[in-house]
Unconditional design. Sequence first.
Length: 212
Amino acid sequence: MEASDGPRDPNPRPGSGAAEHGALLPPTHSRVTLRVNDTVHVLELDHRTTLLDLLREHLALTGSKKGCDQGQCGACTVLLDGRRVNSCLLLAVAQEGCDVVTVEGLADTAGSDGELHPLQQAFLDRDALQCGYCTPGQLCSAVGMLDEARSGQPSVVTDTERPPGDGPVRLTADEIRERLSGNLCRCGAYPHIVEAVQEVVLRDLTAREVTA
């Protein structure tokens, strides 16, 4: 990331040749390089631009939704270097060199070829959505949650007698509800969301038992 004083194009285009050819930037702007859904982008951004606005307004990735814009609803959840975050709370210029995955890129993270991510398919199969506004955030949060549980990260409802680092956390319904509690659904599709996640957890366990 870099910033400098000097003249600038009065009509700059984010990610256009101005940034690529080393044009001088005003002190309120910086060039940021980050990878989004396996594509590297170099953008000229106002320092006040959030990661959410970068995705929606600069890259036309409108899957991530702007709900409360205060980090309360989870509709804007994306994966940042593999961890789930509220993109409305993060300044884009602070994410230099980071790897971002949005709902549009989830299928690629599963290594599938033209197929949906298993969680996306499970949400469809289990009818785990109604209006769908919160669904992109629910999906990204669930993907991050599964990785956290596989790595043994506990939640506040995890058995306190469980030794630290004692393998994956078993994702019971209570664990799933607690870990996804930061993602709100005004339609009340929570029971089906839990069922969809449980379906993917069961598939994962079955696959591991087969390959063991």
